[in-house]
Design a protein around this ligand. Structure first.
Ligand SMILES: Cc1cc2nc3c(=O)[nH]c(=O)nc-3n(C[C@H](O)[C@H](O)[C@H](O)COP(=O)(O)OP(=O)(O)OC[C@H]3O[C@@H](n4cnc5c(N)ncnc54)[C@H](O)[C@@H]3O)c2cc1C
Length: 466
């Protein structure tokens, strides 16, 4: 069994890499330790969380808002078991899709834990204890990431859960405490709030969504607060005690001070993710990692060991499925002798709550820190016709453009469907477009996207509807 390429891990990075390599004529195999393909994203990440966000949003709409539109449905009844089945069906459809694509592209699949025995050799240990050796000219490590844990707090996936357990709860917890105000905590916190939980989010920093634009984070926190999520910023969770009456969570000021106790029924630990390299045998072959455990690569995804590459969550950069996919395509193209490349300046980032938050490019804080002079155009959805008629006016669009050249450097949106709208900004930025280019592009009326055009007009203080 000898291949041009063996990819370890079939998450969005690995399976996309394998497909692109096969398209380019490389004899390709994948190794996957899970029973199903698709990695974190399809099995316990993007896909199941979006299924629950969709279902819980519709539940809330039916309960609280449809009557305003003249649609009387009575009080909706939650069938959580059926909702979970709906989510699982969505996962199943997606993972089967990947299986089909691997087959269609004639990619050999080895199920088991992959270990790099030597340069050009991957040993696959099957669940039944069998061992196979697979030879490869090149190896791509795409083993992804795992949940980050809080020291001293044991995750049992029942009362103290990670995102994986939070996607599987059998009952709606009366009180859910979320540790961490990042994307995953806010998305899953929103799911359970909509289904009836009292949600408190405890965050170490003095803001939510670290890394996102500060103005966006502030307004988004206000919106989530109005929806009923309580925030405890600049605070840290130091312990969780299980008692008969539920969980006693110790919370202290981040800067130090007296601890207080918050009662909860379920605690969701969502403090981030860490690269996953267990069992790969990296020490043994000398692949270098950084202090955070991420595999070190050069701009061509090559590690320090010839013939071994790495992509996705296991290397530096945003832990996002589409970043992993693009790296998978790029490394496959490089291995096939082409010029694979990822533009890290233009990677969209989306929070799939309601409203959604979407951004691409630089934040105001980043531009200030880099000493880049910029102009800002803002446009609120309260002034957008479609948003008004749909009664979804929370949020705004913000366009950041270079003060000298007018080139768009960042776009940030809070609003319904922001995750779909952000891509016109991404395309514009890939082509080095200016705010004027965006402003002079005809946008269909009535659409929410007109707010993007208006924000671009506002860069020159000439928005029409404001
Ligand atoms: C709750 C949640 C929601 C998320 N939502 C989003 C979202 O909406 N959008 C987004 O872009 N990102 C989202 N993410 C992040 C996204 O899931 C990851 O960025 C993405 O899955 C990374 O892809 P990857 O291919 O690098 O790794 P992974 O998807 O983690 O895949 C790695 C694969 O490697 C396998 N593996 C590991 N070690 C071995 C080994 N030794 N041998 C064989 N196989 C091995 C694993 O079983 C796994 O299948 C979410 C994550 C979570 C947890």
């Amino acid at each position: 069994m000898s291949y041009d390429l063996v990819v370890i891990g079939t998450g969005p990075g690995g399976y996309v890499c394998a497909i692109r390599a096969a398209q380019l004529g490389l004899r390709t195999a994948v190794v996957e330790k899970r029973k199903t393909h698709g990695g974190t994203c399809l099995n316990v990440g993007c896909i199941p969380s979006k299924a629950l966000l969709h279902a819980s949003h519709l539940f809330e709409e039916a309960r609280d808002h449809l009557s305003e539109l003249g649609i009387g449905v009575g009080a909706p009844k939650l069938d959580l078991k059926r909702m979970m089945a709906f989510k699982n069906e969505g996962v199943e459809g997606n993972v089967k899709g990947v299986e089909f694509l691997l087959k269609k592209n004639k990619i050999d699949v080895f199920h088991g834990v992959g270990r790099i025995a030597a340069v050009g050799q991957v040993e696959v240990r099957g669940e039944d204890g069998t061992n196979q050796m697979v030879e490869a000219k090149n190896i791509v490590i795409a083993t992804g990431s795992d949940v980050a844990r809080l020291p001293g707090i044991e995750i049992d996936e029942k009362a103290v859960v990670s995102s994986t357990g939070a996607l599987e709860l059998e009952r709606v917890p009366k009180r859910l405490l979320v540790v961490g105000a990042g994307v995953i905590g806010l998305e899953l916190g929103s799911v359970w709030r909509r289904l009836g939980s009292e949600v408190t989010v405890v965050e170490f920093l003095d803001r939510i969504l670290p890394g996102m634009d500060g103005e966006v984070a502030k307004q988004f926190q206000r919106i989530l607060g109005k929806q009923g999520i309580a925030f405890r910023l600049s605070s840290k969770v130091t312990g969780v005690e299980k008692t008969k009456g539920g969980l006693k969570v110790s919370v202290e000021p981040a800067a130090g001070g007296d601890a207080e106790t918050i009662d909860a029924d379920v605690v969701l630990v969502a403090i981030g993710r860490v690269p996953y390299t267990e069992g790969l045998g990296l020490e043994h072959i000398g692949v270098q990692r950084d202090a955070k455990g991420r595999i070190l690569t050069d701009e061509h995804f090559a590690t320090n060991v010839t013939g071994i590459y790495a992509i996705g969550d296991v290397i530096a950069g945003p832990m996002l499925a589409h970043k992993a996919e693009d790296e998978g395509v790029a490394v496959a193209e490089i291995l096939a002798g082409k010029a694979g490349h990822v533009n890290y300046e233009v990677i969209p980032n989306v929070v799939y709550t309601f409203p959604e938050v979407a951004s691409v490019g630089r934040t105001e804080e980043e531009l200030k820190a880099a000493g880049i002079a910029y102009t800002v155009g803002r446009f609120p959805f309260t002034a957008n016709g479609r948003a008004k008629v749909n009664r979804a006016t929370d949020g705004f669009v913000k366009v950041l453009a270079d003060a000298q050249t007018d080139r768009v450097l960042g776009v940030h949106i809070i609003g319904a469907e922001a995750g779909e709208m952000i891509h016109e900004a991404a395309v514009l930025m890939e082509f080095g477009g200016s705010a004027e280019d965006l402003a002079r592009t005809c946008h269909a009326h009535p659409t929410r996207s007109e707010a993007v055009k208006e924000a671009a007009l506002a860069v020159e203080k000439r928005a029409i509807h404001m």
